[in-house]
Design a protein around this ligand. Structure first.
Ligand code: PCA
Length: 321
């Protein structure tokens, strides 16, 4: 080869190498120290190792790159290739995304996994239509209520400002006579400190992350549902990868989803211990409050079936069998 051709060949090789390695920013919505975010980092490490550095993911937790409410759109539109979001926050786009917040349908990790198995194909189809591919999902622990004072029924909470995180939690607030206000977990401590919100529904996990004992004194265990976070990738980006890279990433995702789910189950009780150690009363919801919640749950299930149509019916039928 003539020297000029050698130089051209070297430049071409360098360009091909550079085009191959990709840096992916991955926005996540929840606290850096939360197990969801920690598993995002575990996932990134696995992907880097499995692809020989070809895909280099940087996790941005706590809504630091995009606020929780903006992450899904940022992935869809290709502003970032990958990210994490609570799926049911997007139930307004498609009722199927609310499969995991039907009250009292799936209240254990096993049931939540069985329901996801029933819902998965339909949900993934709906995501594909939005230019998204879910790589893995991970549940939050069961959802219960945080209040300032003791609550035995909705009589005790009329007009209370209630922090919601999706349509279902806003509906529950209204049915109970409270006033819903949508607030991201990342802004929850501030909302409680400034009086924007006085109560909310969530897991022990988010109460712990946000040190809510500084503002509220009671947690009522209800286990209404276990909502899931999804790590999603832009479908065009995904389809553009070679099959080997896709398989390596999917394997890392499967392992991470399983590990994250196990961690969630392992930590569920520990979070309650931390709330108690910091002075909160953690207790089961009483029979009157629970009866009201069950009636609301029945109504919400009917509403959902009306919205989600035949697909929703098929999901619940598959789950019930
Ligand atoms: N924590 C998240 C969603 C569900 C949960 O347990 C939150 O409160 O925003």
């Amino acid at each position: 080869m003539k020297p000029m051709n050698l130089i051209a060949a070297a430049a071409l090789a360098a360009a091909a190498g550079a085009a191959q390695a990709e840096s992916w920013d991955m926005p996540m919505a929840y606290a850096a120290s939360n197990y969801h975010s920690e598993h995002g980092v575990i996932f990134a490490d696995k992907v880097r190792a499995a692809t020989g550095g070809r895909i280099d993911i940087t996790v941005h937790p706590g809504g630091s790159l995009f606020g929780g409410g903006d992450i899904k759109r940022a992935i869809q539109t290709g502003q970032v290739p990958i990210g994490e979001r609570l799926m049911s926050a997007h139930a307004n786009e498609n009722a199927l995304f609310a499969w995991d917040n039907l009250p009292f349908i799936a209240t254990t990790y096993e049931q939540n996994t069985a329901l996801w198995e029933a819902a998965k194909d339909k949900v993934n189809e709906a995501l594909a239509e939005q230019n998204l591919v879910a790589l893995y999902t991970c549940p939050w622990p069961g959802q219960g209520f945080y209040f300032k004072g003791r609550v035995t029924s909705s009589n005790d909470i009329q007009g209370v400002k209630f922090r919601s995180y999706n349509a279902a939690t806003a509906q529950i607030a209204e049915e109970l006579g409270m006033i819903p206000v949508q607030v991201e977990a990342a802004e929850l401590s501030q909302a409680l400190a400034t009086g924007v919100a006085e109560a909310f529904i969530s897991s022990g996990s988010t109460g712990y992350d946000r040190k809510v004992w500084e503002h509220l004194d009671y947690y009522y265990k209800v286990n209404a549902w276990l909502p899931r976070n999804y790590v999603m990738v832009n479908k065009r980006t995904w389809d553009g990868l070679d099959a080997g890279t896709r398989a390596a990433i999917q394997k890392a995702a499967d392992e991470t989803g399983a590990a994250c789910t196990a961690k969630s189950a392992e930590l569920a009780g520990w979070y309650f211990e931390q709330l108690e150690a910091n002075g909160m009363t953690v207790t089961d919801a009483g029979p009157r409050f629970l009866a009201e919640l069950r009636a609301i749950g029945d109504k919400m299930q009917k509403d959902w079936l009306a919205d989600a149509g035949a697909d929703g019916r098929a999901i619940l039928d598959a789950y019930n069998n």
